[in-house]
Design a protein around this ligand. Structure first.
Ligand code: 5AD
Ligand code: SF4
Length: 448
């Protein structure tokens, strides 16, 4: 075991992946090195998620497993970062004796101090939330690659009644536009070809009078051969200006993740989602007019308190009306401290499961039909590397975030934009053949 060697595992959302890069940026700046071999590390960190109970159970199981490592290697410091650190604080240290460090999402800057406390034999605990911390000046630790995440705002002020995020990540605050643009410039110089701007609710971004549409436009012009993606949007705040900005800039991807959560206005109100299904469907229609070919994905929860069979049918209805390209679908999980926690979790487990399965089956058939309709069309993809299944095939993604597999070819490498013809499709993947390689500067001319 080397000293000052960190091993980190990341769970949960893309925000956590971006935070892990921040944490590693902070620690490598203090002389730590990064290892992907746990037995070689004297600092073992888990960056955790609290959004559903099963996410937390996964971490508890992992901690039980780490007990063995701690026994063999009592000098190792074990730390919990992220939302669970914030939510469970001291109880983690008291119940799980092997945990030495607990640091929440707004205290990463001081992580080196908390590690020093742990090396000294005490527990290092930092769980204060901040109204201002955006880690604006921290350079994240990024391995070379094609896709980078940049968190542009932190926290959430929406307080959906099911969601623990406003409690674990605190109030909304935005990072400066200039520093985001500078970071895109820097990663463009390193050969990255795609940037995803992240926030719990990116549409609330505000910096010095610049809103999220301004940020997207400023990001898009840094390097026209870099694709700009973003997530997550709240249906209440998605402005016309944003839609026009997406339409106007060819390198802003025509793909919007727009969580609907439920198709029932009654349930949406109980969830404090602050929009109606009519507003939501209007928004989708408007987006499709302004951005031809735009694709949508969503999040759906089954079995929220009081959800009736009729409410569930309304959710299936809205899925059929929108015809999402993809969806993340979950069973409702009560989270202590949230408003919904005080409502009775009255939909029986087997009903939640049955409804969730119906939602998943419907989404599969919609995705399959949408993908079948792509057969015979031409698409431009960004080649990301070999396909997961075979190095005889390459994998890339369309502007609309669909995975396309094509046969390997000597003239194509990762990071190339290529035009492909789609000749087969499943519900999850498109298969195609090479038509021609595109020049990077032609991205704007051809993806319109
Ligand atoms: N139970 C189930 N799903 C949840 N989500 C957030 N909180 C809960 C919960 N308590 C889902 C929402 C959100 C996504 C990130 O996770 O659909 O959009
Ligand atoms: Fe949670 Fe709602 Fe905020 Fe999303 S918008 S992070 S679901 S509170």
């Amino acid at each position: 075991m080397k000293t000052n060697n960190i091993y980190i595992e990341t769970y949960g959302c893309q925000m956590n992946l971006a935070d892990t890069e921040l944490v590693l940026g902070i620690l490598t700046n203090k002389g730590y090195s990064v290892t992907d071999d746990i037995s070689d590390a004297n600092v073992i960190l888990l960056n955790t998620c609290s959004v559903r109970d099963n996410a937390e159970q996964k971490i508890y199981n992992r901690l039980d497993h780490l007990k063995g490592i701690k026994r063999e290697n009592p000098e190792a410091v074990i730390g919990i970062l992220g939302c669970m650190a914030e939510r469970l604080r001291k109880s983690l240290v008291e119940e799980k004796k092997i945990v030495d460090v607990v640091v929440g999402p707004d205290e990463y800057r001081r992580l080196p101090e908390y590690l020093d406390i742990a090396f000294g034999g005490e527990k290092g605990i930092g769980v204060k939330l901040s109204r201002t911390e955006t880690y604006d000046d921290i350079i994240p630790y990024r391995e070379d690659g094609l896709s980078a995440w940049i968190s542009v705002m932190r926290g959430c002020d929406k307080f959906c009644t099911f969601c623990v995020v406003p409690f674990t990540r605190g109030r909304e605050r935005s990072r400066a536009l200039e520093s985001i643009a500078a970071e895109i410039k820097q990663i463009s110089g390193r050969g990255f070809r795609e940037v995803t701007l992240l926030g719990q609710n990116v549409n609330s971004y505000l910096d010095n009078g610049n809103d999220f549409a301004d940020l997207l436009a400023a990001s898009a012009v840094v390097d026209r051969s870099i694709r700009i993606r973003f997530t997550t949007s709240h249906p209440q705040d998605l402005s016309d200006k944003l839609l026009y900005t997406i339409a106007e800039h060819p390198n802003i991807c025509n793909y919007i993740h727009l969580p609907v959560q439920s198709g029932s206005n009654r349930v949406l109100e109980l969830m404090n989602r602050t929009y109606t299904i009519e507003h939501y469907l209007n928004l989708i229609e408007k987006a499709r007019k302004i951005i031809p070919g735009v694709s949508f994905s969503t999040d759906i929860i089954s079995g929220f308190p009081t959800e009736t069979f009729e409410d569930h049918i309304l959710t299936l209805d809205v899925m059929q009306q929108v015809r999402y390209d993809g969806a993340f679908m979950f069973k409702y999980s009560p989270r202590e401290g949230t408003k919904a926690y005080n409502m009775k979790d009255d939909v029986p487990e087997e009903v939640k499961t049955k409804r969730l399965n119906e939602i998943i089956d419907l989404q599969h058939s919609i995705s399959f039909e949408i993908n079948q309709a792509q057969i015979g069309t031409e698409e431009i993809i960004l080649v990301e590397g070999f396909s997961k299944k075979s190095d005889q095939f390459l994998s890339g993604r369309t502007d609309t975030n669909k995975i396309v597999i094509i046969p390997r070819s000597e003239e194509i490498k990762s990071g190339d934009y290529v035009k492909v013809k789609i000749n087969r499709a499943t519900s999850a993947t498109l298969f195609g053949e090479l038509v021609e390689k595109m020049e990077p500067h032609s991205l704007s001319a051809n993806i319109a």
